[in-house]
Design a protein. Structure first.
Length: 190
């Protein structure tokens, strides 16, 4: 795993061979973070990374100045890897939660500025994840929700949808929780 930019930019960590996650490609991650930085969505933000996998997205946010990042991952191998990177970097901005993402969404009453979710593309509940997040206490007015998905999913008709990004085979659908009096418009990049 490579952290692309920021205070830990160019740092590399050997991912265990038995990891079951499908990490976001460096190409897609770099382009997504270019968009996020241009929109001032990284520095000082409170972030939640659901289905954190290797933690690459979490560490990219930490490296680029997020105030705090909560990484939620249930799988033991991935969780151990995230913990080992945290120990090597000694950075306290990342808080690791080892547990079921659906329970976390249901039970957590902490709101975040940015929520990123990269569930397994073949997860049986994949299609309902955006609605679960957007209807939870994880969001507040102004929150940005990003769902990573394959081309077989189209979330553009969902409330709050405002942008779709495509980088190779990786798609990101972005949602914004409106503040009082705000309306939504959608756009697609790709």
């Amino acid at each position: 795993m490579r952290i692309i930019r920021g205070k830990y930019g160019r740092r590399r960590f050997d991912v265990p061979r038995n990891i079951t996650a499908r990490p976001t490609t460096d190409f897609a991650r770099e382009n997504l973070f270019n968009v996020l930085e241009n929109a001032d969505e990284t520095e000082g933000r409170k972030v939640c990374d659901l289905f954190a996998g290797t933690g690459a997205i979490s560490w990219e946010f930490v490296s680029r100045g997020a105030a705090s990042v909560t990484a939620v991952e249930q799988a033991p191998v991935q969780s151990a890897f995230i913990r080992s990177v945290k120990e090597k970097l000694g950075d306290t901005a990342l808080r690791q939660v080892r547990g079921d993402v659906f329970r976390f969404i249901e039970r957590t009453h902490e709101a975040f500025d940015v929520i990123f979710a990269d569930p397994p593309y073949d997860h049986p509940r994949f299609a309902e994840i955006p609605s679960l997040i957007l209807g939870s206490a994880l969001v507040k007015p102004g929150s940005l929700v990003i769902i990573e998905h394959g081309k077989s999913h189209d979330f553009s008709r969902m409330p709050g949808f405002y942008r779709h990004l495509v980088y190779g085979s990786v798609n990101f659908s972005m949602f914004r929780v409106p503040g009082a009096g705000e309306c939504q418009t959608g756009e697609t990049d790709g």
